[in-house]
Design a protein around this ligand. Sequence first.
Ligand SMILES: Nc1ncnc2c1ncn2[C@@H]1O[C@H](COP(=O)(O)OP(=O)(O)OP(=O)(O)O)[C@@H](O)[C@H]1O
Length: 267
Amino acid sequence: MSTLKVENLTKEYGDVTALESVSFEIEDEFAVLLGESGAGKSTLLRCANGLTEPTEGGIYLDDEEIGGSRTDVGMIFQQHNLVEGVSAYLNALTGSLDRVSMVKSLLQWQAREDKVRALEALETVGLLDESHQRVTQMSGGQQQRVGIARALVQDPRLLLADEPVASLDPASAETVMGYLRKAAMEHNVTALVSLHQVNIAAHFGDRFIGLKDGQKLFDVGREGLTPDLIDDLYGSVETVGLADQDDLADGAAGLPGDEDHERRVEA
Ligand SMILES: Nc1ncnc2c1ncn2[C@@H]1O[C@H](COP(=O)(O)OP(=O)(O)OP(=O)(O)O)[C@@H](O)[C@H]1O
């Protein structure tokens, strides 16, 4: 259980204002950041994982200011950033690197508890049977699931993901998002995920924060994400896949307990 508070966050790169006084708070939710290219999504996520220092304002995890990278914030990247040539299991184990060195990790000189955690994380993302497969022999979607497992091994309080499914086909994107949501739910972790695909966002998110030109345009729950809001954010072309409110109601199928959805995720 954790709370992420973004308070008057401003980030300037020289003359470019990437974020302008953005504020919101999420607590034990699966929140999605939406916005056009250049809206400021990656900058916000980089501030949240401590890689970028805000110009003004701050980001707080359970009232503690995030400054510098920290192990209780797990990050999932679009390009996976896995160690090539080694297994899914060893990649997942590298999530415990704050506790041991990379060399010890690759030699598997790790605590039993870390090894168990790596296997549990691979089970969460449906890859236990593939744990000894080299990641280079895996599909893009499977590699991203290994990336989720690695973040879980960190035992994070906050999960961040920057366009985690941007390079995947629609079916793999849905599968990966299903596992990402499952991982956040099972571990009671607050999640903030940037996405370009509005239909996938509507399907899996609880909360939607829209950024436009570095400013917060909206902050709404499932029922509030209307086609009109999406039009304001992207213009009408991007609303394909978000036809009406009934589709949003179907979006609730992404929630745990919905058997049809879980079957799709397992498939
Ligand atoms: N290191 C940097 N130096 C200078 N300008 C930057 C830097 N990083 C981002 N910007 C600028 O800040 C603005 C916001 O960029 P950011 O990458 O956060 O947007 P985004 O919404 O994540 O875009 P995308 O969806 O394309 O990744 C853009 O105008 C970008 O050019």
